[in-house]
Design a protein around this ligand. Structure first.
Ligand code: FES
Length: 71
């Protein structure tokens, strides 16, 4: 799904960049150019960063789950 229409940047590109260490909006602006034109995609970009960062922490074993199953 396109997150940044101005630059044609998808959520997959953002997730890949976050996995590679670009875990802030500023870093993504520099690496991908997201949110550098009209800026309307900044909020959704932050959301993708937040979701992906949580996943990355879980995958590396560094984070704690944000939810627990209830029997
Ligand atoms: S939609 Fe991303 S800069 Fe315009």
């Amino acid at each position: 799904m396109y997150v940044c229409v101005c630059k044609g940047i998808t959520d997959h590109q953002i997730k890949d960049a976050v996995y590679s260490g670009a875990d802030t909006l500023g870093k993504l602006r520099k690496s991908l150019g997201v949110a550098t034109q009209c800026g309307k995609c900044a909020c959704h970009t932050r959301e993708v960063i937040r979701e992906t960062s949580g996943t990355a922490e879980m995958a590396s074993g560094l984070g704690s789950p944000l939810w627990y199953a209830v029997a």
